[in-house]
Design a protein around this ligand. Sequence first.
Ligand SMILES: [Fe+2]
Length: 335
Amino acid sequence: MVPAVADLYLFFAYIWAVSEIRLLFLGDIVGKPGRELVRRGLPSLIEHYSVDLVIANAENAAAGRGITREIGDQLLNWGVDVMTSGNHIWSQREAVDYIGAEARLLRPANFPAGVPGNGSYLARTAQGRPVGVINVMGRVFMQELDNPFHRVLEEIELLRSRTRIIFVDFHAEATSEKIAMGWHLDGKATAIIGTHTHVQTADERIIVPEVLRRYKGQETVERRYSAIKGPLAVAPLFLKNNRRIAALITVICLALLIFCLVERQVRHAIAPDTHLDGLGSGHRRARPTGRLILTALASLRLIPAGHGRPATIPQPDRLQTRLLDLLDVDPTRPP
Ligand SMILES: [Fe+2]
């Protein structure tokens, strides 16, 4: 079985893309009433919405200003996975020691060098999926810190190789600065949340260029993955039970693996050239794809080994010989 058009990398990208992740952000938790709400409400919110990771701004959790070790530990026990903060992070003196011992408590990354704690954290969901959390603070009507727009990019760069999911808590006063950060991180962060003002504006938005990029990417994945969706769409008609469906998926995945390895090896072998003579329709030059390669090789026959003779591939044409050479297959001694 050879899928029509597929690619293993995109196959896994597709599975990854469609397996959603649910992040819950709480901000800001203010004093005892806020903590009580977390204690009473968070477990049921996590259960009801199947939340994978909880991030909370906790800089006001201790009597409205700062955080203590006891309170931070309580929030973590109640289901918070990562705590962000802001200008009140140092309002309780013990936070200086606590933040050094608790990596899940962040302070804005754009504090000057040498300040205790970190501005980012690589969290993991219960399923082990990595999520990068970054905390930065605005400067409009606030303290004079390092440039958050530069600093946040540095933090993203540090996390990027370890996760595709980047969450940013931008602790700032001015709406304009928060919106600017949203545009600044277009395509670079998964979600940006503004905290500090303690007023829910509920003005969440999806930035248009990002939507367009994702839409286009989705279309590519869908098109390339049509091979697996085709048979599955009709699977209930003839497979009838789950074991057969699972078996079909396994076979398709193995076929996808072979398919993309063939394509990958030929492309690597002809690099830096990207096209191959005679591969396209009408014997034109074409970029090797799994489909074109396997179509070109389709007429080959394999004579199995027997009577003391090795297996052979008789009379491959010029293009087939070239492809077998690129695939490192000796026609006189096929594997
Ligand atoms: Fe604040």
